[in-house]
Design a binder for this molecule. Structure first.
Ligand SMILES: [Zn+2]
Length: 224
């Protein structure tokens, strides 16, 4: 059953956020969109990941109407739905409170592209959306407007939001933003300003990632 698969994927991604220290408790939220059926699987509000089960993941439609749910969905649901409505290539949204990325949100400074993985996954610096109260339509609006055609945005005084064609890509993007932010922080802690990749190299790395980064099975050679 498709809802179950989508639920499992969202659940696993939410658990990974805790493992990878992008969030703790019930912070952040994750969703995935089945565009063919017009249904979204999204984490529930205020249920800690440690006690969450696959069945707790909420199924709703693009207007936010509950389709199959034990709980209310995350209060940031609109911040997910706006991307599914407005951007046809987006099928997954990851919002987390990654500490180093959020540090840049407190400084109101875009996360620079210091690493090749950031160039590949992000394709440019991650801008900071102005502060809006969590759970409001205003936050969804500034997140969407600030990200524009990008794939990630920092929410001032709050956290990080990443989108992708699927959950794996959205998650890698969130991790790349967090790792780049952490490396820049570490360089500055050493009293140095990090070297950044050139715009041209970022562009080329991004192009290579989008066109050629996928599992490549070794061809099976049949013996005669
Ligand atoms: Zn949040």
């Amino acid at each position: 059953m498709f809802e179950q698969t989508l639920r499992e994927q969202v659940f696993e991604t939410a658990q990974n956020m805790v493992k990878d220290r992008l969030a703790y408790g019930a912070q952040g939220n994750v969703s995935a969109f089945d565009r063919q059926r017009g249904l979204v699987a999204i984490t529930p509000t205020a249920i800690p990941y440690a006690s969450m089960h696959v069945e707790d993941i909420v199924i709703l439609d693009l207007e936010g109407k509950l389709v199959d749910a034990l709980w209310r969905p995350t209060s940031e649901t609109e911040m997910h739905l706006v991307f599914y409505r407005q951007r046809l290539e987006v099928n997954a949204v990851v919002h987390c409170h990654a500490p180093y990325a959020t540090l840049f949100g407190v400084l109101n400074e875009p996360i620079p592209v210091a690493l090749t993985e950031a160039a590949m996954c992000l394709g440019g610096a991650v801008e900071v959306a102005p502060y809006r109260r969590p759970g409001t339509p205003e936050l969804a609006e500034v997140a969407y407007e600030t990200m524009r055609h990008g794939v990630a945005v920092v929410l001032a005084q709050h956290g990080l939001l990443a989108v992708g064609v699927d959950l794996s890509q959205a998650y890698d993007t969130a991790m790349a933003a967090e790792t780049s932010a952490r490396i820049v922080y570490m360089a500055r802690a050493m009293g140095r300003e990090p070297q950044l990749l050139s715009e041209q190299e970022i562009h080329e790395m991004r192009r290579l990632y989008l066109s050629g980064y996928h599992p490549k099975p070794v061809p099976v050679i049949k013996e005669e």
